[in-house]
Structure formats: structure tokens, C-alpha cells
Design a protein around this ligand. Structure first.
Ligand code: ATP
Length: 227
């Protein structure tokens, strides 16, 4: 990852990866000028893994889905650990491998739970965030700003420094232990499909053509996943 300056991190269960993930990741990469987006499949502990395909299959499907895009990469950091990973640990590991500036890509609902994560203050010293908002959604900048103001009261070392707007992107600044973290709230192309829907279609014997890349579709068939 030598010449990468701006690295996007896109975590998910990817159970399985679908075109919604790929379109959103590419759209975010392009809007924010990222040099690469790293897909990181999450480790799901066995007791929670009902209907979750084995790690190696989820990783292989991500590999198949991303291999034609030189600006997409994959990482098995979380799969190499035995338990569910904490974001803070994943960030430490990525930081030890690259000097790139990090941009953690996440949906707005998930971001608005960040006060419940392990070591949120430290997380803000390590990475920026790209928060994906569905176009036309009303969660919008106002609610989001309220949440960041509340964060100040929940996390004693975090200071909210305000918001600026660049085209459609709202950029919020948080200060934490003298480090600045930028939070980019951006619209993103959202195709209304989910992994849950794809698994359901497979169970019901419906077509998943065009919902996942062709090679992923073949892989699922070949391995008999999700039936
Ligand atoms: P499930 O239906 O099993 O909950 P999912 O389709 O939401 O899965 P995840 O692997 O949980 O997939 O998602 C990883 C990331 O991709 C999350 O940040 C999620 O917000 C985002 N994402 C999921 N589906 C879409 C989509 N259709 N368009 C844009 N982003 C998506």
C-alpha cells in the first residue's frame, strides 16, 4: 500500500457481497477522492453465525467481486482473529501497515451509535469517517449535527468544532486529544438490496442475477451456499 495517501475502509459481513456494496463503495471512493477502498469482512463468532457463510467463502466472494477494480482491495485482518473484532483493534493493525490517511466508511444509523463502541475517543484520533446518507433521506445534516453536539457531552475529550459544506457533502470537524477528525456526511448511490434479501431469494429459488456479480453467483451455486 506504498503510494496510497487516502485509504477508505469498508467493513461489513458481506454475507454475501452484492452490487449495492460495490456501487456505494465506488461512488464514495470517487466523491471523496480515495486512492483505494479496502473491503474488510467481519468475523462472526460461531454462536451468532446462523445463516452466515463460512469466513473463507465470504472472503472469496469479496475477492471475486472486487478483483476487476484496481482501486478496490481486500483484507482478512478481522477473519484472522478468533472473535468478533473491535474497530479500534482493526484500526491499530491497519495503522501499523500504512501511513495513509484513513477514512472509515459507514452508514449513518451505525455512525450514530458510535458512543457505544469500544474506545470511541481513540478511534477519532486514528481515522476520519465517511458517513453514507441515502439521497433524499431526512436524517440530514441537522440531526447529524445534534448527534455530534451530544457526543461532546458523552465523550469528555471530544470537542465539536463545526460544519462546512462542500457541494453535497457536509464536513464536520471533531477535535480529540489535539487531533482532528473529519466526518464527511455524503449522499451515495443506494440500490435498494441487502444481503438478507439475497439469502431469502436463494432459499426461495428466485433469481439473483445482476444482484451479485456473475462470479459470485456461480460461486454461491457451486458451493450450495444459503440453501
Ligand atoms: P444484511 O442484510 O445481512 O444485514 P447488508 O446488505 O446490509 O447485510 P453488510 O455487510 O451488513 O450488508 O453491509 C456492509 C456495509 O454496506 C454497511 O455499511 C451498509 O450500510 C452498507 N450497505 C449495505 N447494503 C447497501 C446498499 N444496498 N447500498 C449502499 N450501502 C449498503
Amino acid at each position: 500500500m506504498g503510494d496510497i495517501e487516502r485509504l477508505g475502509i469498508f467493513g461489513g459481513t458481506f454475507n454475501p457481497i452484492h452490487v449495492g456494496h460495490l456501487i456505494a463503495a465506488e461512488n464514495v471512493r470517487d466523491r471523496l477522492g480515495l486512492d483505494m477502498v479496502l473491503f474488510i469482512p467481519a468475523n462472526i463468532p460461531p454462536h451468532k453465525s446462523v445463516d452466515v457463510a463460512p469466513s473463507k467463502d465470504r472472503l472469496e466472494m469479496v475477492r471475486l467481486a472486487t478483483k476487476d477494480n484496481p482501486l478496490f482491495g481486500i483484507s482478512d485482518i478481522e477473519l484472522r482473529r478468533d472473535e468478533k473484532s473491535y474497530t479500534i483493534d482493526t484500526l491499530w493493525e491497519i495503522k501499523s501497515q500504512t501511513d495513509a490517511e484513513l477514512f472509515f466508511i459507514i452508514g449513518s444509523e451505525a455512525f450514530m451509535q458510535i458512543h457505544t463502541w469500544r474506545a470511541p475517543e481513540q478511534i477519532f484520533t486514528m481515522t476520519n469517517f465517511i458517513v453514507m446518507e441515502r439521497p433524499g433521506r431526512i436524517v440530514g445534516a441537522g440531526d447529524f449535527e445534534d448527534y455530534l453536539r451530544e457526543l461532546e457531552t458523552r465523550l469528555p475529550f471530544v470537542i465539536y468544532r463545526g460544519c462546512e459544506k462542500l457541494d453535497e457533502i457536509s464536513i464536520f470537524t471533531l477535535e480529540s486529544e489535539k487531533m482532528e477528525s473529519k466526518i464527511y456526511l455524503t449522499p451515495v448511490i443506494h440500490i435498494d438490496i441487502s444481503s438478507t434479501m439475497i439469502r431469502k431469494y436463494i432459499r426461495e429459488g428466485k433469481s439473483i442475477k445482476y444482484l451479485v456479480p456473475k462470479e459470485v453467483e456461480s460461486y454461491i451455486k457451486e458451493k450450495g451456499l444459503y440453501r
